[in-house]
Every structure is written in structure tokens, then in C-alpha cells.
Design a protein around this ligand. Structure first.
Ligand code: GDP
Length: 435
């Protein structure tokens, strides 16, 4: 059973975190430094599926003399050697010489350390917490053990550091991929949905506004379960005369938010409309992925390079969604569906990708060296470091010396490099600047 060890000087919140992770009260928490006497350990299931032993080293660290005591150091190193993951806990507003001592002590075990900055429970404290990035650990996590903030993220990070064998058993069940199919009436959404679900309960007809029943359902492909979430654009519209209103951005909003990847259907002969553009903007805003399906391809004349021409035109007219994969499709003939689903899988994988801070910053340094930010001498803009703060939306925070006037072209330069280097080619990416 892998060992997860919580280390930190007295009073940083070790027992509270311990309790938070095991989900019940066992260690005694108390505001007097050093109240937990021995190392407490308990087995529990991380994320309800990974058996781990959680160790609170409170007792060891609380010896008189604290972490400067050679005996305490020795014990701490022993624990570190046995550990698969070390949670090095720090107090966001109280960084002491003891903390530094511990950091130096655990530095040799860096690849299994997660630096956990505790008591981050306000935006002001979060601002302070970013300073801990400069300690150079590749895994850093902000939490408030007391207020249950950031605990899930911490659990995810622990999972990532656990030996493969244990993670494998946890990953045996593939997560669902939530998709939605949006687009103008009559572009073939129901046809695609029916093909995907392998059922033909809905009535498909040439008359826009035909009554349909099937709005959602499940299917599987390549061992993955797909779940089509309520697809607003397919909803019945027989009695509604305003089809346009029907395919409104407002109605699609919910659907986009509920799905991970939106399949946007367009008629090959019509191309993209203003409303498609808005849907795309909504998906982008929510950090959701999108695949553009150019449907009814079977009706297109067989001209060489036809598809490239169609793609070029879309790319030209919609430059802000240049990352969206475009596929040709014939929902009716069932052609191009595998390709479409492969793209959906790739997009979803990228949406959930979490880049480690270490490699990301090593690359950042390279990019900055190759092309430094503009500005003259003392006024030169400087880039400090970067970290990914969330998945879906995939978001980064880039620390710079001055946010005001920081050239957006340079942010694009960084974004393009991230995309290329880490293969995040098909999803929206946000980069926020902080000083
Ligand atoms: P929705 O309003 O977007 O759900 O569109 P439907 O699925 O009802 O399709 C509208 C019409 O287009 C129907 O007559 C379909 O048979 C037809 N259609 C859908 N996909 C294709 C396709 O790939 N090729 C051709 N030729 N017709 C299609």
C-alpha cells in the first residue's frame, strides 16, 4: 500500500489536512503547537478507489528542538525514504526558518514532494501563495484544509505521483466523454445522433422543424463511453415558427456548459453562419473543446482539394477558432464518423491534460531566451514563471514584472509555444497575466 506522508513544522495544519483527506476525525487538532504526539497513520481509499496509507508526522516534528534537532531530521528523512508521496505543508502567511530547514531536508526527494500551501482561503492569500512557486518545486498546490478548498486538486496530484501499478487499477474504468451536437436546423444533427446511438427512434425528415424525441443517450467507441448531453438544437420545434430563435445562443449555453466537447454541425454547401460563430465563442469562453463537422459531404462534387479549400475558407473567416479540428462527414452514409470520434477523444484528452510546473518553466526559460520580451533596458518586460491553474478550461497564469501594457503578441508567442511543445493543439487555452 503506497505511503503518503504529511510533513511540516508544528501548527501548519497537518492534522487538519490528515482529517480532511481521510474524511473523518482521528488525529486531535489543536491550536497549541505540538499537540499531536506520535506519527499517526491510517489506511484509507484516496478518491474512493486507491488504497493508501496516510502518515501524519506531527509527533516527530514536535520534539523539543524541532526540525533543527538532528534526531528529528533523521526521523524525518527515514519517513521520506519510505514515502511514495510527501506532502510538504506550509502556512501561506507564516513562512519560517523551520520551513526553510524542512524544504532543504526534503529537496533531495523533490520528485515525490508536493508543496502544499495551506490556509489559502481568500484572494489576498492566494496572491501571497503564488510566491511559493519560486521555491522551484514542480508540484505545488494551494489548499485550505480547514475550509476544504483545493482538496480535490491535491488528491489528483497525489494520484499522479503514486506508483503506476496502483494508478492502473484506478483507471480501469474509462471516464465518460460528454459531447453535444449543435448547429443550425437541418444540418444533420439528428441523423448523426441516431447513427451514433444506433437507434432510429427519432423521425428525420427534410422539413425543418420535424418532431423528434431523442435528445440524449449513450454509446461506446474504442472502449470509451460517450454520453450525448441534452442537445438543445435538436429539440422539437414543430409548433415553434421561429427556427432561428430556436437555434439561439442562449439555448445552447447550457448544453455547451454540460458537455466537454461540442460537435458543431454545418452543411457543407452553406458553411458557417453568424450563429455558429457565436456557439464557437461560447464554447471557447467556457473552455470547452469543439470539433467542426462539415456534413453532407456526399452531396459535394468530387473536385480535387475540395476539402482543403473548404477548410481554408473557414480558417480565414474564423481565425479566432483556428485550433478547432475540422472534419468532413456524411452522417447519412455513416462516413467520417470514426474520424470525428477520434478527434473528439483527442480534444477531450487535451482538455484534461495537466502540465507539470517544472518542465513547463524549463521550456519557458528557453522560449524567453530565444525571443526576449520587447521593451528597452530598464523598461523591458520580464517573464518570471508560469503555472497551469486549471483543466477544462485549460488555464495558465504567467507571472511578469509589469502587467500594464504587456504586449499581447508576446502572450501569443508563449501560447503558441505551449501548444506546440505540449501538444495542446486542438483546444482553447487561456493565459492570465499577473504581476
Ligand atoms: P437536424 O435538424 O440538424 O437535426 O437535421 P436532420 O438530421 O433532421 O437532417 C436534415 C436532413 O438532412 C434530413 O433529410 C437528412 O436525411 C439529411 N441529411 C443529414 N445528414 C446528411 C448527409 O450526410 N448527407 C445527406 N445527403 N443528407 C443528410
Amino acid at each position: 500500500c503506497p505511503r503518503v506522508v504529511i510533513a511540516g513544522r508544528p501548527n501548519v495544519g497537518k492534522s487538519t489536512l490528515f482529517n480532511r483527506l481521510i474524511g473523518k476525525r482521528k488525529a486531535i487538532t489543536h491550536h497549541v503547537a505540538g499537540v499531536t504526539r506520535d506519527a499517526v497513520e491510517e489506511r484509507f481509499s484516496l478518491k474512493d478507489k486507491l488504497p493508501v496509507t496516510l502518515v501524519d508526522t506531527g509527533g516527530i516534528m514536535a520534539e523539543p528542538g524541532g526540525v533543527f534537532d538532528p534526531l528529528v531530521k533523521e526521523k524525518a528523512i527515514k519517513e521520506a525514504e519510505k514515502a511514495d508521496v510527501i506532502l510538504l505543508l506550509l502556512d501561506v502567511v507564516d513562512f519560517t526558518a523551520e520551513d526553510e530547514e524542512l524544504i532543504n531536508l526534503f529537496r533531495p526527494f523533490e520528485d515525490r514532494v508536493i508543496l502544499v500551501v495551506n490556509k489559502v482561503d481568500s484572494p489576498q492569500r492566494e496572491d501571497i501563495a503564488w510566491n511559493f512557486m519560486s521555491l522551484g518545486f514542480s508540484s505545488v498546490c494551494f489548499v485550505s484544509a480547514e475550509h476544504r478548498l483545493g482538496i480535490e486538486e491535491l488528491e489528483d496530484r497525489i494520484c499522479k505521483l503514486l506508483p503506476d501499478s496502483t494508478v492502473d487499477t484506478a483507471a480501469e474504468e474509462e471516464p465518460d466523454i460528454k459531447i453535444s451536437i449543435l448547429g443550425k436546423p437541418n444540418t444533420g444533427k439528428s441523423t448523426l445522433l441516431n447513427t451514433l446511438l444506433g437507434e432510429y427512434r427519432a423521425i428525420v425528415s427534410d422539413v425543418p422543424g420535424t418532431t423528434r424525441d431523442l435528445l440524449e443517450g449513450e454509446f461506446s467507441y474504442k472502449g470509451k463511453r460517450f454520453f450525448v448531453v441534452d442537445t438543445a438544437g435538436i429539440r422539437r420545434k414543430s409548433k415553434v415558427h421561429d427556427d432561428i430563435e430556436f437555434f439561439s445562443v442562449r439555448r445552447s449555453l447550457d448544453t455547451v456548459a454540460k458537455s466537454e466537447v461540442v460537435i458543431l454541425m454545418v452543411d457543407a454547401k452553406e458553411g458557417l453562419s453568424e450563429q455558429d460563430k457565436k456557439i464557437a465563442a461560447v464554447a471557447r469562453k467556457h473552455g470547452r473543446g469543439m470539433v467542426l463537422a462539415v456534413n453532407k459531404w456526399d452531396l459535394m462534387e468530387d473536385i480535387p482539394n475540395q476539402f482543403n479549400a473548404v477548410k481554408d475558407r473557414i480558417r480565414f473567416l474564423f481565425p479566432h477558432i483556428s485550433y478547432v479540428p475540422i472534419v468532413k462527414l456524411s452522417a447519412k452514409e455513416g462516413e467520417g464518423i470514426n474520424n470525428l470520434l477520434n478527434k473528439v477523444i483527442a480534444v477531450r484528452e487535451q482538455l484534461h491534460r495537466k502540465l507539470d510546473t517544472g518542465p513547463l518553466n524549463r521550456k519557458l526559460r528557453e522560449w524567453v531566451e530565444r525571443t526576449p520580451p520587447p521593451g528597452k533596458k530598464a523598461l523591458r518586460y520580464k517573464v518570471r514563471y508560469i503555472t497551469q491553474t486549471s483543466t477544462m478550461p485549460v488555464k495558465f497564469v504567467l507571472f511578469v514584472n509589469r502587467v500594464k501594457g504587456f504586449p499581447s503578441s508576446y502572450v501569443s508567442y508563449i501560447e503558441n509555444n505551449i501548444r506546440k511543445e505540449f501538444g495542446l493543439l486542438s483546444i482553447p487555452i487561456d493565459i492570465e497575466l499577473r504581476q
